[in-house]
Design a protein around this ligand. Sequence first.
Ligand SMILES: [Zn+2]
Length: 264
Amino acid sequence: MRETIKKFLPERVKYNYRNFRKYRKKQQLEREYAGNEVTCNICDHQYRIFEPFKNVPNEKCTNCGSMKRHRLLFQYLNGETELFREKKEKLKLLHFAPEKAFYDIFSKRPDIEYFPCDIDPGMYKFNRNTQIYEIDITSIDFKSETFDIILCNHVLEHIIDDKKAMTELFRVMKKSGWGIFQVPIAFNREKTYEDFSKITPEERYAAFGQIDHVRWYGLDYPRRLESAGFKVHDIKYTHEFTEEEKFRFGFPEKESIYFCSKSS
Ligand SMILES: [Zn+2]
């Protein structure tokens, strides 16, 4: 009966209803997590604790949806790079698989020329004020040496020909440019594990931990980036924070920042 009623409702009514449900859910979560024990460095909201997500405690910001890895990366971008500092010229930023929390910030900055992109821009349902470009990372449709900064986080583990993707990232980066290319790392593996005979979702889940991953990167990940020409700085950034700070800001326990440049 409910399904029948739904079928006859105009799209606009369904859209408003979905938004209303989201709003109610958010209000409920805001009450549930109210407090000031943790602080999201991206949106400045405070909570008793971050929401758990996929069995990871203290993970998701109730307000902006950021995860531990987003907050660590934001801390690095904000504290250690020129991205948010005063600059003479606009920086061209290419951002693969744009995370909403970052998209909302980058797309509003007048000093950043922002190019969010994905192989499937249609999958992004959030409100957009900047176009999301349709780009295949193994054949990037921009001229060589176009971008000052490239962000590509948790993408390469989905790409069969990651060597071609890395070569393309190198090609479109300016000589003075830099990028951050984060992937999940199996810290217990010296060598990256990939097996392209595994093609079904079940096989990939069993082998690589997620139905759409095609490999587990190991400790040799920086060497793969170097093979494409990058100078790679494997920055053990989580080491710079105390256990209390990691809890307060909801940072990962252990994660490197892979800072890649062309020249130094
Ligand atoms: Zn937040």
